[in-house]
Design a protein around this ligand. Structure first.
Ligand code: ZN
Length: 452
C-alpha cells in the first residue's frame, strides 16, 4: 500500500434522488407515466408559463414522510419550498422548486451490512423537489447541431436524501444504495427503476488525513452522461451560486403531528427487520434470509410457502434460493408470479419429499415440469409414475442384480475400501430410474456387502 493510501482516507457521501411513486406531478395534475410521447404530459404549470400557480401534491408529501420515518429522520413540524436558480434549457422556469434551509426531515440513518459487519450510515436530510426535463440531441452528442427538449419529466416529484460522509469505500457506497433502494421498494415510495431514472445517485468524494474530522475539498462525481453533468462535475458549485430564496407561490407545509404518528404506525416491516426475523423465526442462515428479503414479493412468497408447509422452512428456502431463483429474476416482482409455481405448489413439492413419496432427485425433474406446465406436483408424480420405490422386496432384487454385475466393487469393499459401495448404490438408483429410496438402497447395499 502506498504512503498516500495509509496517510489519507477516502470520505464518501451520497445524494440519492428518488422519484416518488405518484400518478401526477409535484405541483400540477400532469401524469408521470414513463415513456410517453415527448411533451405529451405537460401543462402551463410544468412548462413555466406566467400567471399560473403550483399546488403541492399531497401524495408526494406522504410518501416522503413515510421514507423519512423509515430512516429514523425527524420530520420537521413545518418545512418550506425554495427556488434554486440556474439556467439550463431543460428547466422551463429557470429555477427549480426545491427545499433548502427548511427541509422536510433531518437526522436519521440507514443500517446496512458490509462483508457481514454492521454499519450505520447517517442521513443528514431529506427534502422534496421537482425534476427537470430532458434534452434530446439530434444525432451524435458531440457534433449535434440542434437539441430538442422534452418536458414530460419537468415537475415530476423527487425526494433527495443526503447521507453524512460516513462511507469509506466504493463497496460501502454500493451497499448503501442497495439497502436504500430495498427500503424504498418495501415502503412503496419509489419503484426503484434505475434504467428509467427513478433512482439516481451522486457521490461527493474527498480525501482527508487519516484521523482528521475535517472534510477535505469535495469533488462531486455524477453519471457523466450528459452535458449538464459534465459541467457540474468539473465546475464546482456552491449553494450561494444558486440564490436560493423561499418560494413565494407556496405556503410553508405544516405537518400535523398526529398524522405523522399515524404514518409511522402504518409503516410496513422493513427488509432488515424482516431478514432478522427470518433468521430467528425460521432458523435460516443470515445469507439465505438476505436473499429471501431482497424484495417484498420474494419474502411474501417464501412466507406463503412456509404457511402451506410449516414443518420445513429450511428446505423451502433452499428450493427458492437454488432452484426458483435460477429460473426467475429476484429483482423482478412479477417474475415469480409468472413462473407458474405458486407458494402452495412449491410447498406441495417439498411435502412430497418430506413424506417419502419422491426423492430429492426426482423432485428436481418434477420442479422442471412444474415450471413448464404450471401443474400441481402431486398430479405430475401420479401421472408420470414417479413415486419413490420404498418396497424392500422390489429394491432387494435390484440390489442383488447390481452386486452381481459389480464384481470389482464387491472385491474392493471386502478389501476394506468401504466407499466402493457407492458404485453399487449408484447402479441401483440408475436401474430404478432414480425412483428408489436412496436411504433404503444404501442400507440394503451395506447389509448385503457386509454379509458377503
Ligand atoms: Zn403539468
Amino acid at each position: 500500500m502506498s504512503a498516500v493510501a495509509t496517510e489519507y482516507e477516502t470520505v464518501i457521501g451520497l445524494e440519492v434522488h428518488a422519484q416518488l411513486a405518484t400518478r401526477s406531478k409535484m405541483f400540477c395534475g400532469c401524469p408521470t407515466t414513463f415513456g410517453a410521447p415527448p411533451n405529451s404530459q405537460t401543462c402551463p404549470i410544468c412548462q413555466g408559463m406566467p400567471g399560473v400557480l403550483p399546488v403541492v401534491n399531497r401524495r408526494a408529501v406522504e410518501l416522503a414522510v413515510r421514507a423519512a420515518l423509515a430512516f429514523g429522520l425527524r420530520v420537521n413540524p413545518a418545512c418550506r419550498f425554495a427556488r434554486k436558480h440556474y439556467y439550463y434549457p431543460d428547466m422551463p422556469k429557470n429555477f427549480q422548486i426545491s427545499q433548502y434551509e427548511e427541509p422536510l426531515a433531518e437526522d436519521g440513518s440507514l443500517e446496512l451490512e458490509v462483508d457481514g459487519a454492521p454499519r450505520r450510515i447517517g442521513i443528514q436530510r431529506l427534502h422534496l423537489e421537482e425534476d427537470v426535463g430532458k434534452l434530446v440531441h439530434e444525432g451524435d452528442f458531440a457534433t449535434a447541431l440542434s437539441s430538442l427538449v422534452d418536458y414530460n419529466r419537468a415537475g415530476v416529484p423527487l425526494m433527495e436524501t443526503v447521507s453524512r460522509p460516513d462511507l469509506r469505500t466504493p463497496e460501502e457506497a454500493a451497499a448503501y444504495l442497495k439497502a436504500f433502494r430495498a427500503v424504498l421498494l418495501a415502503l412503496g415510495v419509489c419503484d426503484g427503476n434505475m434504467e428509467e431514472g427513478a433512482l439516481r445517485c451522486d457521490a461527493n468524494i474527498s480525501l482527508r488525513p487519516r484521523g482528521s474530522t475535517e472534510l477535505g475539498t469535495k469533488v462531486e462525481i455524477k453519471n457523466l452522461n450528459s452535458f449538464r453533468n459534465v459541467q457540474r462535475a468539473l465546475s464546482k458549485e456552491y449553494a450561494h451560486d444558486y440564490r436560493y430564496f423561499p418560494e413565494p407561490d407556496l405556503v410553508p407545509l405544516q405537518m400535523d403531528a398526529a398524522w405523522v404518528e399515524s404514518t409511522r404506525a402504518a409503516l410496513p416491516e422493513l427488509p432488515r427487520a424482516r431478514r432478522q426475523r427470518f433468521v430467528s423465526q425460521y432458523g435460516l442462515p443470515a445469507y439465505d434470509a438476505g436473499i429471501l428479503t431482497q424484495s417484498t414479493a420474494l419474502a411474501d412468497y417464501y412466507e406463503a410457502a412456509v404457511r402451506a408447509h410449516p414443518a420445513n422452512p429450511k428446505a423451502l428456502a433452499n428450493w427458492i434460493t437454488s432452484e426458483l431463483l435460477r429460473e426467475v429474476d429476484a429483482a423482478d416482482d412479477t417474475a415469480i408470479a409468472r413462473s407458474g409455481i405458486s407458494p402452495a405448489r412449491l410447498a406441495g413439492l417439498v411435502l412430497l419429499i418430506d413424506d417419502g413419496t419422491i426423492s430429492g432427485k426426482i423432485a428436481k425433474d418434477v420442479f422442471a415440469r412444474m415450471l413448464a406446465s404450471g401443474e400441481d406436483p402431486a398430479a405430475i408424480v401420479k401421472r408420470e409414475g414417479l413415486t419413490q420405490v420404498a418396497d424392500a422386496g422390489a429394491l432387494e432384487a435390484l440390489v442383488d442384480a447390481a452386486i452381481a454385475a459389480n464384481a470389482k466393487a464387491v472385491a474392493d469393499f471386502k478389501s476394506g475400501k468401504t466407499a466402493a459401495s457407492r458404485a453399487v448404490v449408484g447402479q441401483v438408483m440408475k436401474a430404478s430410474g432414480g425412483k428408489a429410496n436412496p436411504a433404503m438402497v444404501d442400507r440394503l447395499v451395506q447389509e448385503k456387502l457386509s454379509r458377503m
